[in-house]
Design a protein around this ligand. Structure first.
Ligand SMILES: [Zn+2]
Length: 105
């Protein structure tokens, strides 16, 4: 998986193109992710209990992983992610532009 929970990502396609946010959740089965502040959808809510107000709830909807790119803090932009095998055999995700390590797996 190139993109993981808590990654900073940028949207590269769709209505929210150019928006940045943090990955809140990955939905691997669907190939989608929920990104903080991205792809808001409005849901009209009806009062279910007495005293509860009807209203519009805004919530992030899942966005296709192919529309997202991980942000490299060094490049300060969305980058392609590669994998490097470290000396100790662990795999690390790296920025393909500058080689900066994004994390250790
Ligand atoms: Zn980079």
């Amino acid at each position: 998986m190139k993109i993981k929970k808590n990654d900073s990502v940028i949207v590269i396609a769709g209505n929210d193109k150019g928006k940045k946010g943090k990955v809140l959740k990955i939905l691997p089965d669907k190939g989608r992710a929920i990104v903080e502040g991205v792809n808001f959808v409005k849901r009209h809510t009806k009062p279910r209990k007495q005293g509860q107000k009807a209203g519009i709830l805004e919530k992030e909807a899942a966005i296709n992983l192919t529309n997202l790119m991980a942000i490299c803090t060094k490049c300060d932009k969305g980058v392609r992610v590669g994998t490097r095998i470290l000396a100790d055999g662990k795999r690390a995700r790296v920025c393909k532009s500058c080689g900066e390590m994004l994390d250790k797996e």
